[in-house]
Design a binder for this molecule. Structure first.
Ligand code: ATP
Length: 355
């Protein structure tokens, strides 16, 4: 397995810049998940590591060795795509053994590698089938089997589960996690799926506009998002925000909303009184309480079975609350809520978090 070092990577397509200097060190055996909105450059970064895309400037090192000019086949990296990219005219076994046959491995080695991967992935009964005779989930397993057989230095996954239905995704997600536990292979995984990112990652890399916004464990990003972008991106439903001015009087601080109401906040060092600021709270952290400090007008109720998403308005600002209290299926026209201080996030006008 291998460490991967990404140093000051920039990428432009013609005059169009896509990545603006990405630095990232991926440890040997680590599972990294890249997340970010469509077009932020996740796939481009992955493809540059694989060697499928040129680097405009900066260096990529695998196990300390610069690979910028190395052909994809010489990087010893396996990529698993959303589209599976299986050879339709080959059996499952032949698809899986293809790279070893290219390398002229011995028959015994090939049989043992394919057998081992097939056993791990439950593919043994399917080895003689062609891809078209497989379900989507089975094809995805073959694509992973093909990657495992190569025993590459690292695995790159580009939204590998996004063509599968919800149940199968769940199942495959757990399988990928288990496989990583077994193989401890350095892995970089691109996804749009929050749950995949949270459950699979050792560290999540949140990207936006070709810039890395935060790198950290899933809980670090959830508990202490570094900026407004990460705060709004991680978590579902997304964090609620109140924009206003941060005002200090003595030992106390408030956020004054545009309509003149104030919300008490913990006083922070280093934020100037009177400066623009945004307060954030996650829907699941709002407390429903008969004697709560704030009144919320209930606009819409979305029961999910697991809980209830309530669309409410507080001080004229729309926000969401998540609750597992079934009485909330039929709330009155208004409810009362508290926003606990220890769950409030404060961001300065440039979007940076303040602790
Ligand atoms: P998604 O989540 O939608 O897959 P992404 O974050 O993976 O998005 P990329 O596929 O890396 O984004 O694309 C980043 C930007 O680069 C996009 O604006 C895209 O249109 C552009 N782009 C990607 N490939 C090329 C190319 N070959 N030529 C020109 N522009 C490209």
């Amino acid at each position: 397995m291998a460490s991967i070092d990404i140093q000051s990577i920039r990428k432009s397509f013609g005059a169009f810049p896509v990545l603006h200097g990405v630095d990232l060190t991926i440890r040997d055996g680590e599972f990294i998940v890249l997340v970010g909105p469509s077009g932020c450059g996740k796939s481009t970064l992955l493809r540059m590591i694989a060697g499928l895309e040129d680097v405009t400037s900066g260096d990529i090192r695998i196990d300390g060795k610069r690979v910028n000019d190395l052909a994809p086949k010489d990087r010893d990296i396996a990529m698993v795509f959303q589209s599976y990219a299986l050879y339709p005219h080959m059996s499952v076994a032949d698809n899986m053994s293809y790279s070893l046959r290219l390398r002229r491995s011995t028959k015994e080695k090939i049989a043992s590698a394919v057998g081992g991967a097939a056993a791990k992935l439950g593919l043994e009964p399917l080895l003689e089938r062609r891809p078209k005779a497989l379900s989507g989930g089975q094809r995805q397993r073959v694509a992973m089997g093909r990657a495992i057989v190569r025993q590459p230095k690292a695995f790159l996954f580009d939204e590998p589960l996004s063509n599968l239905d919800a149940r199968l995704r769940e199942q495959m997600r757990a399988e990928i996690k288990k496989l990583h536990g077994d193989l401890r292979a350095t892995s970089i995984y691109v996804t749009h799926d929050q749950i995949e990112a949270m459950t699979l990652a050792d560290r999540i890399v949140a990207m936006h506009g070709g810039i890395v916004q935060q790198v950290g464990s899933p809980l670090e990003l959830y508990d202490r998002p570094a900026n407004l972008f990460v705060a709004g991106f991680i978590g579902s439903p997304g964090m609620n925000f109140f924009e206003g001015r941060y005002l200090v009087s003595g030992d106390h601080a408030d956020l004054r909303l545009p309509n003149g109401t104030t919300m008490p906040v913990r006083k922070r060092d280093g934020v100037e009184s009177g400066s623009a600021a945004t307060l954030g709270i996650r829907p699941e952290h709002v407390i429903l309480a008969d004697n709560g400090a704030l009144e919320a007008k209930v606009d819409l109720i979305e029961p999910t079975g697991f809980g209830i998403i309530m669309h409410v308005t507080i001080h004229g600002i729309p926000m969401k609350i998540f609750s597992q209290d079934r009485r909330m299926l039929k709330p009155g026209p208004t409810i009362r809520v508290d926003l606990p201080q220890d769950k409030l996030h404060l961001f300065e006008s440039d979007g940076k978090r303040v602790d």
